[in-house]
Design a protein around this ligand. Sequence first.
Ligand code: CTP
Length: 211
Amino acid sequence: MKILVTAGPTREPIDPVRYLSNRSSGKMGYALAGAAAHEGHQILLISGPTSLDIPAGVDFLPVETGLEMFEAVQRHIGRMDAAIFAAAVADYRPAHPATGKIKKSSAPLSLDLVPNPDILGSCRSVFGFTGTLVGFAAETSDVLDHARGKLIAKGCDLLVANDVSRPGIGFESDRNEVHLVFPDRIETLPEDDKTSLALEIIHQVEKLHAH
Ligand code: CTP
């Protein structure tokens, strides 16, 4: 299969030296890309900035901002059999990034933010993607309810949900516990390292694609 994977955080510039971002390490997305390549699939990994090594055997497309990730996905998704959205795209970006470094003053400073496009949410409606679509949901409460809402709203075949409020798993960790939310059922993969979870998720994607 040809599989597109998004991973990592995005950086939304405030001025030439500052940005808005989040705590995503990219580990889950890179583990998925690596596991899928290991299984013999052709992978395009579109990634925001991380400190990780590029997994062996994947095509790599680095991006910085949510808009750049949107454009990269739009350009490549048409030829994919499946797409897995593990990136933590910033929901908002500064409306008018300053061209020069913002100087400090004693006055309070407000930033105007505008919403970034929802890349996963554009796959069916804007990009016309008909392949297997997998989203992620990072939640801090009502994990399964929110995940089911995203599965339906974004037209996914599978939504991988995790509780990012739990210490020791999820963001920045090598371990995670995830719930696989399908349209007709939920399966929980108990806490494990991200490499093992990634392989299990890739097997589920293979099954979905075969249907
Ligand atoms: N996602 C995306 N583009 C965005 C925001 C999110 O592609 N601009 C994708 C993520 O990669 C993930 C899924 O959408 O697969 C859910 O992301 P999440 O941040 O949990 O959900 P949001 O839709 O942003 O909802 P909220 O932040 O309100 O929980």
